[in-house]
Design a protein around this ligand. Structure first.
Ligand code: HDE
Length: 713
């Protein structure tokens, strides 16, 4: 079997350049003799207009920036491959899904939605999860998110949603945050957003890592087989490392300490050979089951519960190469849900239909030309021949006098492909209807699946949702908006609304306020539809909970552990933990009052990774306090107390041995320490394998939620 895994890298190599051992030149290839001084009339005189070297350099610099994406501006990407594990020829004729073991190159870009390009990775937000497959039949883009549904049902509301969540237009505040009046004003008037709000207020919106989040195609798509038969499909990416989040207070602190937290995490994992991996799963709904469920498959605010249609794994994706140049690859990549290949097609989901227009349109202003497909990262590895011509920055030199079809002068070339030759043909769907501006009645359930999601959460997760809503609505200044939101929340779950209300010092309104008209029909206050609740046929779904999620795998690979040290630290203890962590592909990093190295109890020197000034507890997954004279040096140190207190508060595992145990008991939070806390791993016998094993097992459980105040106990 021919594998195409490296094909895109070969293609990109045509455009790569490396200045090592080369002369410095102008853009025209002229060697530069002095790059430090402009040409002047005398060494103290004015600069001369004829200085083409200066003019070229400054002009290029002046035009270096392109508009950032209106949404998903901040992102990070990587190269990799997709490998078929379970081919599905009976469902689709897409070539890249036909044979087990077949590998197709991919580029993936993860992103936040609301923040500007320079904002923090840790905003409470949906994450984009966009995958470009460079297939032999052309580019296929699966442009999804880490949440399987969306805020709105119709594309016409997207500009409103984005205007509402972006910084407010009069003062451009707040950056990368939904916790402000305009967002919640809009949401409180859009009951269809309630299911998505449950997800966005859950810990899904503050992932621990891009490598630890699920991805979803969101819309229902179609698969088309060789016989032209269609099935509906939902796409799922399941991370090998499980789905994990940070806690909100931690997210806020990470934003200050390292706004590039996710970007760096992805970069470092790939550089160190710990390649992030996901499985691709599909939920397949036969064409004849289109109307079988209590929700509409075309409604992007609904999931298909896995209890009704299980997810079948068909392949895996591995990210194994960082970009060489952020701008050329991550910034210039142009995704489009309309980039499909034969065997994959759209449905009439009205949100998807609007997206099919938007993505080319936005590239025209962002990348500046209809030739954006020629930019190396966007270039298809399948041959491209057509009669599209000219335009800004055209790269291709089309030969011959013919640029139209049909033609006889060019022998009819390039010629159309029959379907049997791989020509794309749309699904032969029958459409027979009146032209209307209406929302389907089957979209009117705005609360059924919001309830399903909330009911599926563990008490810890429910408690986090309440706290997130208290935070977000607490930042809203207009009381009426808060109250309107409480009314909507009470339709999801009474207790949820009451607990949020308690934090806001408000009361839940007895009857939810009727949302004002958001449609076009003046005779109906709700626009074209009455908001109603349809009971989900599934009461609770484990796959919706991160804590119960079966994809959680007990591994500590790539996790970071802080080892608190100073001069006099036990060398055996530090080395024992370091090597035990390394065996699990995790990393132990020594943190000390100063950089350089610490002198150990045996007179050796251990390199310090960070000082307390240059790092923070929130950048680590666990903390270890080795014994030794170092503890006397560190006793009473405010930085150490803060470091450990944050680790404790953020439910992280803390390990200590020997006198380290007493050291821990002197930290103020120890008064709250529960003897049964599984995240406090202590031993009087330092540097043993058993201790390292216990410590590692505890870290693999991610967080010790029992420590938190739980509003649902
Ligand atoms: Fe997007 N979206 N979107 N979106 N979207 C863009 O395209 C848009 C939606 C998603 O890393 C833009 O190139 C409309 C849903 C991702 O480059 C723009 C609507 C989902 C990315 C655009 C939606 C997404 C984008 C901005 C409602 C999940 C980043 C820059 C009709 C399935 C891709 C760009 C990357 C980017 C429009 C809704 C995912 C403006 C009109 C639903 C992951 O074209």
């Amino acid at each position: 079997m021919k594998n195409f895994q490296d094909e895109k890298q070969r293609d990109l190599s045509l455009n790569k350049s490396d200045g090592t051992n080369k002369f410095l030149t102008t853009d025209q290839g002229v060697r530069i003799n002095d790059d430090n001084n402009s040409l002047k009339a005398g060494d103290r005189g004015p600069s001369l207009l004829e200085d083409f070297i200066l003019r070229e350099k400054i002009t290029h610099f002046d035009h270096e920036r392109i508009p950032e994406r209106i949404v998903h501006a901040r992102g990070s990407g990587a190269h990799g491959f997709f490998e078929v594990t379970n081919p599905i020829p009976e469902l689709t004729k897409a070539g890249f899904l036909q044979e087990a073991g077949l590998k197709t190159p991919v580029f993936v870009r993860f992103s936040t939605v609301a923040g500007f390009r320079g904002s923090s990775d840790l905003a409470r937000d949906v994450r984009g999860f966009a995958v470009k497959f460079y297939t032999q039949e052309g580019n296929y883009d699966l442009v999804g998110n880490n949440i399987p549904i969306f805020f709105i049902q119709d594309a016409s509301k997207f500009p409103d949603l984005v205007h509402a969540v972006k910084p407010e237009p009069h003062n451009e505040i707040p950056q990368a945050a939904s916790a402000h009046d305009t967002f919640w004003d809009f949401i409180s008037l859009m009951p269809e957003s309630m299911h998505m709000i449950m997800w966005a207020m859950s810990d899904r919106a503050i992932p621990r890592s891009y490598r630890m989040m699920e991805g979803f195609g969101v819309h229902t798509f179609r698969l088309i087989n060789e016989a032209g038969e269609s099935s509906f499909v939902k796409f799922h990416w399941k991370p090998k490392l499980g789905t994990h989040a940070v806690v909100w207070d931690e997210a806020l602190k990470i934003s200050g300490n390292n706004p590039d937290f996710h970007r760096q995490d992805l970069w470092e994992a790939i550089e160190s050979g710990n390649f992030p991996e996901w499985e691709l799963g599909i939920q397949v709904i036969p064409q004849n089951d289109e109307h079988k469920y209590e929700f509409d498959l075309l409604d992007p605010t609904k999931i298909v519960p896995e209890e009704l249609v299980p997810v079948t794994i068909i392949g895996r994706m591995v990210l194994n190469k960082n970009p060489d140049n952020f701008f050329a690859e991550t910034e210039q990549i142009a995704f489009h849900p309309g980039h499909v290949v034969p065997g994959i097609d759209f449905t009439n989901d009205p949100l998807l239909q609007g997206r099919l227009f938007s993505y080319t349109d936005t590239q025209l202003s962002r990348l500046g030309s209809p030739n954006f497909h020629e930019i190396p990262i966007n270039r298809s590895v399948a041959p491209v021949h057509n009669h599209q011509r000219d335009g800004h920055m055209r790269q291709e030199i089309n030969k011959g006098r013919v640029s139209y079809h049909p033609n006889s002068l060019g022998g009819g070339c390039p010629f159309q492909a029959k379907i049997s030759e791989g020509g794309f043909s749309s699904f032969n769907e029958r459409v027979d209807a009146h032209k209307v501006r209406e929302r389907s009645k089957s979209f009117a359930d705005h609360f059924g699946q919001a309830k399903l999601f909330f009911n599926s959460q563990t008490p810890t997760e429910k408690s986090h949702i309440v706290k997130a809503l208290r935070f977000e609505l607490g930042k809203v200044e207009t009381t009426a908006i808060r109250i309107r939101m409480l009314g909507l929340l009470s339709q999801v779950d009474k207790q949820l609304a009451e607990k949020v209300a308690e934090g806001l010092g408000a009361t839940v309104p007895p009857a939810p306020e009727k949302p004002i008209n958001h449609g076009v029909s003046p005779e109906n206050e709700m626009g074209n539809q009455e908001s109603k609740t349809v009971k989900s046929s599934v009461d609770s779904s484990d796959s919706l909970s991160m804590i119960k999620n079966p994809t959680n795998s007990p591994t500590i690979a790539t996790r970071k552990v802080a080892i608190i040290a100073a001069d006099g630290v036990s060398e055996a203890a530090v080395m024992n933990i370091k090597s035990a962590l390394l065996k699990q592909d995790a990393k132990g990093c020594v943190i000390a009052p100063n950089l350089g190295s610490v002198i150990t109890d045996t007179g050796g020197a251990i390199a310090v990774g960070f000082s307390f000034l240059t790092t923070s507890s929130v950048l680590f997954d666990a903390v270890y306090i080795p014994h030794g004279e170092s503890l006397n040096v560190l006793a009473g140190n405010d930085d150490v107390i803060e470091f450990l207190t944050d680790a404790y508060k953020h439910c992280k595992v803390i390990g200590a041995d020997g006198e380290g145990i007493n050291f821990l008991r002197d930290i103020p939070f120890s008064a709250k320490l529960n003897d049964n806390d599984p995240g406090i791993v202590l031993t009087t016998e330092p540097a043993t394998e058993t201790f390292a094993e216990d410590f590692i097992t505890a870290i693999a459980n991610h967080r010790i939620w029992e420590r938190e105040e739980n509003l649902y106990n």
